[in-house]
Ligand binder design. Structure first.
Ligand SMILES: *Cc1c(COP(=O)(O)O)cnc(C)c1O
Length: 230
């Protein structure tokens, strides 16, 4: 089933690209495997998935050593400063940076491990109280400060849109974060690229692609519902 789901979503991703005049190479599907056991990730891997998203440090630490080396791990969940050291050299991109304090620790730990960390700034576009991320008015100032840190590269922005039944309801947020990223790019801040937009999940990834997503993060659509009680 995972194989069929993965292929179907990849197909939808391609079609959304074509529909919106984009090249399918511009968009990467991240298989969000949080809470799912290793055999399910192996199944997605054999279907062709190479980018996996996790939201817990411990799960990355558990899965990383037992899965193939050519997997790119994405940290998409809220990251506590004291856990940065466990993953900074394991993940290809941290999507969820929302404070200078966290960015500082990422830079410090990256230096210790002899790497440069690629990060995204998480933006709470709908200003939902239950969500992490900066409000849009705060983003440019944080980008300027974080850009000065030595072992960090800012690659773009990430958002988690509200849970909606009609994906069209999120189009305005996707469009607004895209506009924000264009505005920031125009500032030509040293060491800052705005080439990445991580947005869109199972319910709304096609709309997100139409509005410029370069990473879509799909969990349920590939692996099925998550069961948090086991
Ligand atoms: C869980 C999660 C997803 C995937 O959500 P689905 O609705 O299952 O596709 C995407 N992004 C983040 C940050 C998540 O935590």
């Amino acid at each position: 089933m995972i194989k069929e789901n993965y292929s179907k979503i990849l197909e939808n991703v391609k079609n959304a690209c074509i529909r919106s005049g984009r090249s399918p190479e511009e968009v990467t599907l991240i298989a969000v495997s949080k809470t799912k056991p290793v055999p399910m990730l192996e199944e997605a891997y054999s279907a062709g998935a190479r980018d996996f998203g996790e939201n817990k440090v411990q799960e990355i630490r558990d899965k990383f050593p037992v899965l193939p080396d050519d997997i790119k791990w994405h940290m998409i969940g809220h990251l506590q400063t004291n856990k940065v050291k466990y993953i900074v050299d394991k993940v290809c991109l941290i999507h969820s940076v929302d404070s200078y304090h966290l960015a500082e620790e990422i830079s410090r730990q990256a230096e210790k491990k002899g790497v440069n960390a690629d990060i995204l700034i998480e933006v709470n576009m709908a200003e939902e109280e239950s969500k992490f991320g900066l409000y849009k008015d705060e983003v440019t100032d944080l980008v300027r400060e974080v850009a000065k840190l030595p072992h960090i590269n800012i690659k773009g922005l990430m958002t988690i849109a509200p849970y909606v039944t009609n994906p069209e309801d999120n189009r305005k947020y996707f469009r607004a974060i895209r506009d924000l990223s264009i505005d920031i790019a125009k500032e030509n801040i040293d060491n800052v690229s705005m080439s990445v937009l991580s947005m869109g999940m199972t319910g709304d990834y096609e709309v997100a692609i139409e509005e410029g997503a370069t990473f879509v993060r799909v969990g349920t659509g590939i692996f099925g519902e998550r069961n948090y009680t086991v």
